[in-house]
Design a protein around this ligand. Sequence first.
Ligand SMILES: C[S@@+](CC[C@H](N)C(=O)[O-])C[C@H]1O[C@@H](n2cnc3c(N)ncnc32)[C@H](O)[C@@H]1O
Length: 227
Amino acid sequence: MSTVAKSYNKSADSVVAYCSERTVIQSPLQDELQKETLANAPMSMMLGAPEVLSFGQNFIRSFGGKRVLDVGTFTGASALAWALAVPDDGEVYTFDIDHTNYKKYGVPIISKCEKTFKKIHAVEGSALEAMDKLIADGQSGTFDFAFIDADKVNYSNYYDRSITLLRKGGVIFVDNCLWGGSVCNPDTRNDESTRAIHEANDKIYSDDRTYSALLNLGDGTHVAFKK
Ligand SMILES: C[S@@+](CC[C@H](N)C(=O)[O-])C[C@H]1O[C@@H](n2cnc3c(N)ncnc32)[C@H](O)[C@@H]1O
């Protein structure tokens, strides 16, 4: 039986629940957004696992991260987590092909805290194009942290763009890298997304530009540190 699960999933096993209960710390706004997303948003299981978001916040806070790339906004849970972790002059660029869910569920909750909300730059459209624009604008090497959580077929492309945009020592979290365990067996790698995640996992593992570790955290978190 697979032990891959996001902790808010009722089928999460006792090990996942035990670890998450001793990892996740949410602000009242995060708690409200999680509840609202799970209750009302379409495809609510796209919501980022809170244990992954807490772990990412720990990295950002401990190394003084200020500038964050958030690839895949959905209702804004990951963008909110990073905005809470960066200092007052920090910035979170959050990309989504469609910000309808962010505007409907995220903005009304996150904007209750103006100080946090103003750190988030929501960029609607292709995330790949938005990242290429940042590179063209001369922002390579200026970001501290990247969270990759949009369309899986572009995972390797998002990873490459993130490496360009991050400074030395910057950290990348690639979410859903176990994809419910389906990447682990050739017999279950039978769709485009699963194969793309598997290819990204192999690419990251053998990439000389980063140190990395694939963790069984949430739905699988591949963590890479830019050399
Ligand atoms: C798993 S959700 C993101 C969850 C969010 N990070 C969180 O923590 O709750 C993935 C998002 O990627 C977006 N997406 C899909 N393809 C995209 C693309 N080509 N460019 C930008 N965003 C895309 C979807 O619209 C969706 O909202």
